[in-house]
Design a protein around this ligand. Structure first.
Ligand code: SF4
Length: 463
């Protein structure tokens, strides 16, 4: 499907609205507070919203009590998300009572579910702006309406368009995310994402490369993760392996990562691109979800356990030292002991270095929510505990091979619990703890691994 881009005139009108609000503020610097739930997609949307707020003249605060603008960017993926979000928004009532000029906004995937958004609007009349996932480009116009006394409720039902040219205020650090595509076509039977993020649409390669260059050369990031619900089905005129090769050429970039990969679309070309691009890290996040073919079919994942294991073999053959991380769901409707055993044996067989494990939970509106054979909560809980034990064994076993190995880490920060230690990741995503001080943060060091810790490694700096 040809991607649709937000009309240039709309983007120009957004910048014009930003200019008018700047004037309206007359040099004042109000404060904004953003709370983001869920995945990196939401984080990235929040960075774009922050970019627009800062152009208007707002400055960030981490204290919602002193904020003049509070935004909740919501997620609907996790358990009890609605209850939690409603609870958090409810707390704002008090702050609004103390500061009637406060502007409050709620956006994101949960608000894209119109019925939930309507419930929120009715229950919390003090919320000034409610908008869905397709409204980023018109955020300045919406905010201007609120500044002029209006209330905003905007949720477009159509599949989203790609907004290019909006400012981004990236979260601080040395590693950042660049969106390469939006939406998802896969309709895994348990997942709400295609309903709230729309169909897949890919950005133009030149826009992606420009954004990476800017992040590296103007904003100082050295590690970039290319982001999409299923990056393997990227199609911006070129396919994902070619895009990876293009981005790999960006001068100044040290490390290149990508997520998330769907096993049904992971090609041998991509494995070879990973092998041949010097900046692409030896790590892949490849959600398997289940080791049982029967459950994979019910999940509509469109690959088998055997296919998944073939992919792992291909990756390990061509990308030496590659680490595999994954997502796994237990307690999917009708899951039997035998299905669970298939999942546990797959974890052992692959030797994941880490896995995000979940007990299945119902998402209204999905196919799995209507399936017979829902598993009782206590059974799901018990299965999740068993899975977690196996994951931990697998991850710790995978650490031993690092003893004596050398590699480069990017120091991210200091762990001040006990004796202060600096920590940073190898390209494989393994965390290594070394002695040092805060002047090392953001720099790359060559290290030798001298020991294993719980879920991580200990090392010494060589150079
Ligand atoms: S690939 Fe499946 S799990 Fe991932 S976002 Fe798309 S529908 Fe959801």
């Amino acid at each position: 499907m040809e991607p649709k881009f937000v009309d240039k005139n709309v983007i120009e009108e957004s910048y014009a609205a930003i200019g008018r609000m700047r004037e309206m503020l007359g040099g004042a610097r109000p404060r904004y507070f953003i709370e983001t739930y869920g995945c990196q997609m939401n984080e990235h949307d929040s960075e774009t919203l922050a970019g627009m707020l800062e152009l208007i003249g707002y400055v960030r605060t981490d204290d919602r009590r002193e904020a003049d603008f509070i935004l909740f960017n919501t997620c609907c993926i996790r358990d009890h998300a609605e209850k939690r979000t409603f609870g958090n928004v409810g707390f704002i009532k008090e702050i609004k009572a103390e500061n009637p000029a406060l502007i409050t906004a709620v956006c994101g995937c949960m608000m894209q579910q119109r019925e939930v958004a309507k419930r929120l609007a009715a229950r919390f009349p003090f919320v000034d702006m409610i908008f869905g996932t397709n409204e980023l480009a018109v955020f300045p116009q919406m905010l201007e309406r609120v500044m002029n006394g209006g209330r905003v409720f905007e949720i477009k039902e159509i599949d989203g368009e790609i907004p290019e040219g909006l400012p981004i205020k990236r979260n601080e650090g040395f590693s950042t995310f660049v969106n390469i595509m939006y939406g998802c076509n896969n309709f895994c039977s348990y997942c709400i994402v295609p309903y709230v993020r729309g169909r897949e649409r890919s950005r133009r390669p030149e826009d992606i490369v420009e954004e990476v260059k800017k992040a590296v050369n103007e904003e100082g990031f050295t590690e970039v993760t290319l982001l999409g619900q299923n990056v393997n089905s990227y199609d911006g005129g070129i396919k994902f392996p070619e895009l990876l090769r293009l981005v790999n050429e960006v001068e100044g970039l040290k490390r290149l990562r990508f997520m998330t990969s769907h096993p049904k679309d992971l090609s041998h070309e991509l494995v070879m691109a990973m092998a041949e691009c010097d900046k692409v890290c030896e790590h892949i996040h490849l959600p398997v979800q289940s080791g049982s073919n029967r459950i994979l079919k019910l999940m509509n994942r469109r690959y088998t356990r055997e296919h998944y294991l073939d992919l792992i073999r291909d990756l390990r053959e061509h990308v030496p030292g590659v680490e595999i991380t994954t997502d796994i769901i237990v307690g999917f409707p009708t899951e039997t002991e035998e299905d669970l055993e298939d999942t546990l044996s797959l974890v052992h067989e692959v030797g994941f270095s880490a896995a995000y494990s979940f007990a299945y939970s119902v998402r209204e509106g999905t196919v799995a929510a209507r399936m017979e054979g829902q598993i009782p909560e206590e059974v799901k809980k018990e299965r999740l505990a068993r899975l977690n034990r196996v994951i931990m064994e697998s991850a710790n076993g995978a650490n031993d091979k690092y003893m004596g190995a050398e590699g480069e880490i990017l120091i991210e920060g200091m762990d001040k619990r006990g004796e202060p230690m600096m920590f940073g990741k190898l390209p494989s995503l393994k965390m290594v703890y070394v002695k040092g001080d805060e002047s090392m943060i953001g720099k790359y060091y060559k290290v030798r691994v001298t020991g294993t810790r719980f879920n991580s490694l200990a090392g010494e700096i060589i150079s």
